[in-house]
Design a protein. Sequence first.
Length: 418
Amino acid sequence: MASLKIEGGRVLSGRVAVEGNKNSALPLIAACLLTDRPCELSNVPRIRDVDVLLQLIEELGADVEGKGTRTLRIHCERVTGDRPDPVLVGRLRGSVLLLGPLLARRGVARLAPPGGDFPARRTISTHLDALTAMGAIPLDEPGHAMHAPDGLKGASIYLDEASVTGTETALLAASTARGPSEIRHAAMEPHVVELCEFLQAMGVGIEGTGSSTIRVEPPSRLGGAAHRLAGDYIEAGSWGVVAAITNGDIQVTGARSQDLEVIAMPLKRMGLNCSYDNDTLIVRPSSLRAVRRITTGLWPGFPSDLVSLVTVLATQAEGRTLVHDWLYELRLFALEQMSAMRADLFLCDPHRIIVNGPTKLRGRALDSRDLRSGMALIAAALAAEGESTVRPLETVERGYASLIERLRSLGAQVAREP
């Protein structure tokens, strides 16, 4: 595993462009398995998670062109397997998205427990319940194994939580089922909308896109489709925090203004001097101030994927801030190590942390225990006095392309070490 060595205390400035939305790329790649016709995806992020999913679908029979570039051409004329590589599945939470396409094309799916960030705390019961409602039957085998001997059937599905990947799993399965389906308590995030748009381009009838109730009318046969991914607003918010915490001046291009609004408004409450016009987020030197409370929420609430970064930003704000992430637990636990950087933190419970600021941080060795907290710790190290190391770097590279090159382009002094 590699480490990122960071010499902190530098003001970062410049321009950085985000690539396509990571959380859109994975379900769209999985959707290509639904059809035997060629598909094309552009503005695909060049990240580790995408690389792993491409390896998985290739081993299942897909022909993939353009790996390592931002344009992928995927043709899955035949699906030759029903058991994705367990080692690769163990690296990627998004591998759960293969269940629906495998049931549709093979009638059976055998999936090892998906990996990714803190997998033991993230169940896929919502996904499995949706598939069961459409006629899939669990098999008495290790991991998550199901078969649909009579094929998947359209159904009325109520998700017990508005899970993003749970909604996507239901959409993928419903798109090739016999008869219409209705998915209620569906997630409404932009990446769910993108999946709906891609499926529509393949010939699926979909009503309710962007709402909590989605109706799916599958065609007699799915065609091929082309789609350009929207820019990753979570990545854009990450670079915005990097600018603010280093008192820098950064322009972030590539994410849609309507998506940026959701992340920029809470940051403005903290005194962030920013604007988000013409699909560009501009962050200028700011006088940060604490806010009484920042709480994550389902879209269009403040995204949980940014809660680690906003917690780090609060260490540089004047006053006391309560950060509440009701969805995940271990992201806030991962930030407790910042106490050794002189951060004034109090972890109330797995979902709430109190931050007092501003505090001049001190460099140290840090563990990137998950993707988002890893990027947050890099932001903390950039603002700290002295040298820090963040390890393993590969955890953060799962979701941020060309990370070292882009940090250097902004003036950061960073180096990759084995």
